[in-house]
Design a protein around this ligand. Structure first.
Ligand SMILES: [Zn+2]
Length: 308
């Protein structure tokens, strides 16, 4: 295990060094390098997987939206905080980008605080339908989004959300699907749990650096692969590291997406450009209280710009 982790770390460092030494190079060179994303969590033991699976089976309650009372003009005018997590696991000392990790205990406390404050989780599709007058929302909606695709989303985040009867939103970089990132069984389980799977492209590249053909491929191929491998269609995009510009947004629309999320801090409003929806970054230093304040809009979200 230590050997495997060392190899992963060495590889990651090599990528970072290469990126930095090439930073004055051409866009084409930069485009070939995936943007930084947190390293995958270590492989779980068979017992851990069995435990998580059993817990999810026991707790998959299905969604009950019958109590959602916000509809019509009120739904069309409702702003929704979209929260952003990355890895939900305890980082080992020396882990790159520790700010992208929250421990399972921190995550559970954050979700408990949101529930205690009256929030109810919805998907991006829920808010989209509400904003377009065809769907209802709960009184205090919130989207819980998870970037990249990591085993910890299945083993650590999903059971907490299942207990709440809440869906998550996975922003999946399709090349994270597999034994080194999010195993297929895990991705399928999230789908069965009612999670929404949105596109985070295929290779997690900086979309603003790609030529038109490569850009279109990242956008269309990711949708196609998500549909083919997981059996769900997605109309929502999350830009890797939030990187987007006019050309990227136009290409996203052209590829069939109807909205996209960024890493610009803020609460998403129906008056926003649907292709520039802000989010609220949640990290290890986000206390449950400050998260509630940020989701309510009574405290400003952090303006940290980092990997995503
Ligand atoms: Zn990402």
């Amino acid at each position: 295990m230590i050997v495997v982790l060392s190899v992963v770390l060495a590889g990651l460092l090599a990528v970072i060094v290469r990126r930095e030494t090439r930073s004055t190079g051409t866009a084409t060179v930069a485009a070939a390098r995936p943007l930084p994303a947190p390293e995958p969590t270590a492989r779980p033991s068979t017992a851990q997987v069995r435990r998580a699976t059993a817990e999810l089976d026991r707790r998959s309650p299905g969604r009950d939206t019958s109590a959602w009372s916000v509809r019509g003009a009120r739904a069309r005018a409702t702003s929704v905080p979209i929260l952003m997590w990355h890895v939900v696991a305890t980082p080992k000392p020396g882990t790159p980008y520790p700010d992208l990790w929250v421990t399972p205990e921190q995550f559970a406390a954050q979700v408990d605080a949101l529930r205690g404050a009256g929030f109810t989780a919805v998907t991006t599709e829920d808010l989209w339908k509400a904003w377009h007058g065809t769907g209802t929302l709960p009184r205090h909606p919130v989207v819980l989004s998870f970037d990249d695709g990591d085993l910890s989303h299945v083993t650590n985040a999903a059971p907490v959300l299942a207990r709440a009867g809440w869906p998550g939103v996975l922003n999946l970089a399709v090349n994270h699907l597999g034994p080194k990132g999010l195993p297929m069984w895990g991705a399928r389980r999230l789908v069965r749990e009612g999670w929404e799977i949105d596109s985070h492209t295929v290779d997690h590249l900086d979309l603003t650096t790609l030529d038109d053909a490569a850009l279109a491929e990242q956008l269309t191929r990711s949708r196609m692969l998500i549909e083919r491998r997981l059996g769900v269609s997605t109309r929502f995009l999350c830009y890797p590291a939030g990187r987007n510009d006019d050309r990227v947004r136009a290409a996203a629309r052209q590829a069939g997406y109807v909205a996209a999320t960024t890493v610009v801090p803020g609460i998403a409003a129906p008056t926003d450009d649907p292709f520039q929806l802000p989010r609220i970054r949640v990290g290890p230093t986000t206390t449950p209280e400050s998260l509630v304040d940020q989701a309510r809009g009574t405290a400003a979200p952090p303006t940290v710009v980092g990997p995503a």
